[in-house]
Write a protein that binds this ligand. Structure first.
Ligand code: ZN
Length: 117
């Protein structure tokens, strides 16, 4: 299977030692330019949707398909709200300190036990 791409094959469905049951697709080689100057090509089936970005096989950095526009991130970069952020929207630090003290009191007095599985 020297210079051909595989398609319609689930990994593990067929042995790679045999080409039985494997369908070969026409393919194209797409050139990518790494930010570090590496140039490499990746084979794609002609009907495949070609991604604009690919990881460089040399250095692992993001590489842009030649002549492709750098894709905009699908969502505007937005700060990820953590549980802590959400907690702070509902409680002030002062309130949390009081709650923490209460819980610590309970813990130290043995009234708070770790939930057993
Ligand atoms: Zn590279």
């Amino acid at each position: 299977m020297a210079d051909r791409a595989l398609r319609g094959m689930k990994i593990g469905a067929y042995s790679m030692e045999s080409e039985e049951g494997v369908e070969f697709a026409e393919r194209v080689r797409i050139t990518f330019d790494c930010v570090d100057g590496h140039v490499f090509t990746v084979p794609f089936a002609v009907e495949a949707e070609i991604p604009a970005l690919w990881d460089c096989p040399e250095c692992g950095k993001e590489s842009l398909r030649r002549n492709a526009e750098r894709p905009e991130p699908t969502k505007p970069a937005r700060k990820v709200r953590t549980h802590w952020d959400m907690l702070l929207e509902r409680r002030s630090i002062e309130e949390l300190e009081v709650l923490l003290d209460e819980r610590l009191e309970l813990l130290r007095s043995g009234q708070l036990r770790r939930r057993s599985a």
